[in-house]
Design a protein around this ligand. Structure first.
Ligand SMILES: C[S@@+](CC[C@H](N)C(=O)[O-])C[C@H]1O[C@@H](n2cnc3c(N)ncnc32)[C@H](O)[C@@H]1O
Length: 275
């Protein structure tokens, strides 16, 4: 089966409207393969029948969800883009802890948006436990969100193979408990993390995310176009506490699409902060 140019255009518009993800012609082969699989699973005749079903018979959103699970790119591993994480561990987190220690507030909220199978969220949990020995006495939560339900299930399992954990510094290996198939994140470390399904392109869901000190959204917005990227980043701004930080992937920049954030350098890495 091969999508015609018209079918591809209809499909990519439906995906864009719901998820904010942009699929241009270069992604035609990829989308073709994924949709082909879905058409076979559903026992449908052809792509037109599928598009009709997706466009007009999906009031529950179940089919769009099934498609979202298929078309998202989920590449991830622990301690990805290590230098930026060092900025978080050595500068931003200690700065926040020192400021909170001058008050009675003992709460820290971190949002890992587009967490895929959870490696990034557990990386942040390891850093929190390592950098801040008193973390057990504070109310600290890492909320890890993604649109892809299959990835969220893997994230909840918290069991990873060699490929996922190869970047974990050996001094942190106590956070990984060997199992028959790989490594489980130590339950005490994992207890900092909660998974939730969230579509970054859904304004209502985004508005409910409030009072975060740090937002990590790395290697996610590269799949969005400027307009949906701007919407997401503006919502992140609203979700952050004053002096909160937004961490994007190293190939991602929002300077071109919004001036809301102040750019700050930590350990040579650019971070966005809310004044
Ligand atoms: C390449 S992974 C990045 C994982 C991790 N942040 C990292 O840097 O290793 C991108 C993730 O973004 C998620 N994603 C894409 N579009 C999304 C949307 N509209 N809402 C929520 N998550 C989305 C995908 O499901 C995927 O798991």
């Amino acid at each position: 089966m091969e999508l015609t140019a018209e079918q591809f255009s209809k499909l990519s518009k439906l995906i864009y409207r719901k998820l904010g993800l942009q699929f241009d012609e270069k992604k035609m082969y990829f989308l073709n393969k994924r949709v082909e699989r879905r058409i076979t699973e559903l026992g449908l005749k052809d792509a037109d029948e599928y598009l009709f079903q997706l466009g007009y018979c999906d009031s529950s959103g179940d089919e769009m969800q099934a498609l979202a699970n298929l078309v998202t790119t989920n590449e991830t591993y622990m301690f990805r883009e290590f230098e930026q994480l060092a900025g978080f561990a050595d500068v931003c987190l200690p700065e926040l802890i020192a400021a909170r220690q001058k008050t009675t507030e003992r709460r820290i909220r971190i949002w890992c948006a587009g967490c895929s199978s959870g490696e990034e969220a557990y990386t942040l949990a390891i850093i929190v436990r390592e950098v801040f020995p008193d973390s057990r006495n504070w109310d600290i939560r890492i909320t890890a969100t993604d649109i892809d339900e299959n990835m969220l299930e893997l994230a909840r399992n918290a069991v990873y193979g060699d490929r996922s954990v190869k970047g974990v510094p050996s001094v942190y290996s106590k956070h990984l408990v060997p199992t028959v198939t790989g490594f489980r994140i130590h339950p005490e470390t994992a207890s900092l993390v909660r998974m939730e399904k969230l579509n970054l392109n859904d304004q209502q869901q985004m508005k409910a995310m409030r009072s975060y000190d740090f937002i990590f959204c790395r290697n996610v917005l590269i799949y969005f176009d400027d307009e949906s990227r701007r919407n997401v980043v503006n919502r992140f701004y609203d979700s952050l506490n004053p002096k909160g930080y937004l961490f994007l992937g190293h190939s991602e920049s929002v300077g071109r699409i919004t001036s809301a954030f102040r750019l700050k350098k930590a350990q040579g890495h650019l971070l966005y902060t809310k004044d």
